[in-house]
Design a protein around this ligand. Structure first.
Ligand SMILES: [Zn+2]
Length: 317
């Protein structure tokens, strides 16, 4: 299936067409922050907006004005307000999170994960996955907090069947928006060395690449998804042989997008990597502490043979 992808890297630099390795500037942006792609180019196209976060770490409010690095910036409240605005324009957008919403501020120490999950439910997340910090108060506490979730929690490679978390998560998810069938799976990081055995209990860990290949095959060939998205908490990149979003992307065949977390990587724009069949996979990650919101815009031809995307990361505050 041939794909053409369009990226917008910086609001003032214009739109850049990215077709494998050849770059071509196709349009200019008229004013800061406004989408100004020639409307004619999108006749017959359906737009799918994907917003995503990672490693919010209970930062409900902005950093204090005394903070040395991020004074007054960030916060889930701000992201929430921005998402609300965007939903008025596009009620069918997707909001996703890649884990580590727990731990990081006194809110976690007092309320464990409950407040984070309630706030994320209010924000209307469509799906989230589990990061290593979600285990920080043990499986009972995780289950209790997730009981307040109004969204599905995905995990394809943690096997919770011998724990109290059995049945709380699901391996994959299919959401249909604007006639586009979107398949999701989620890959978590190896717990050994990160999470104590007393906290993770009898959770079994399965190889991220094996599970990703199994899930993407199922979503594409059994479920006929038009687009496949992986919610990952593997981390963007390592200097060691440890599996990352980059190595995962290179091994896949059908995954279109990998949204990541864990390494707190601030990508200025999504990155494109070639998969095992030399087709492109879009990878994105937006730092931590709700300082940024990932904003991907894909344009689907009505015949669904072409996916285009216009993507940017939004600094919040
Ligand atoms: Zn993490």
């Amino acid at each position: 299936m041939p794909k053409v992808k369009y990226y917008r890297h910086q609001p003032m630099e214009g739109f850049i067409m990215l077709n494998r390795r050849s770059f071509l500037k196709v349009a200019a942006v008229t004013s800061a922050g406004l989408y100004a792609f020639p409307s004619k180019a999108f006749n017959g196209f359906e737009k799918l907006t994907i917003l995503h976060t990672n490693d919010m770490h209970c930062h409900f409010e902005p950093f204090s004005e005394n903070d040395a690095k991020f004074a007054g910036r960030g916060g889930m409240n701000r992201i929430s307000a921005y998402v609300k605005q965007l939903r008025k324009i596009d009620p069918e957008l997707l909001l996703l999170d890649c884990g580590d919403y727990f731990q990081g501020t006194p809110y976690y120490n007092f309320f464990k994960g409950e407040v984070a999950i309630k706030l994320m439910s209010e924000m209307g997340y469509d799906a989230v996955t589990i990061g290593n910090h979600e285990f920080d108060s043990g499986l009972e506490a995780l289950k209790k907090a997730l009981g307040f979730a109004s969204f599905p929690v995905l995990s394809s490679n943690y096997d919770f069947s011998k724990t109290v978390m059995d049945g709380v998560t699901q391996k994959n998810l299919i959401i249909e928006k604007k006639g586009i069938r979107i398949g999701f799976y989620a890959i978590g990081i190896e717990l050994q060395g990160l999470v104590g055995k007393t906290l993770s209990g009898a959770t079994e860990y399965h190889n991220p690449i094996d599970i990703a290949l199994e899930q993407e095959e199922y979503l594409r060939n059994n479920q006929q998804c038009d687009m496949i998205i992986c919610l990952s908490h593997l981390g963007y990149k390592y200097d060691t042989p440890k599996t990352s979003d980059l190595t995962l992307a290179k091994s896949t065949h059908f995954t279109d997008v990998i949204l990541g977390g864990h390494t707190h990587t601030f990508l200025e724009a999504p990155v494109e990597i070639l998969n095992a069949d030399k087709q492109s996979v879009v990878i994105n990650q937006v730092g931590w502490a709700a300082l940024m919101l990932g904003q991907l815009e894909f344009y689907f031809e009505q015949k669904k043979k072409t996916i285009l995307d216009l993507s940017k990361n939004k600094r919040v505050g």
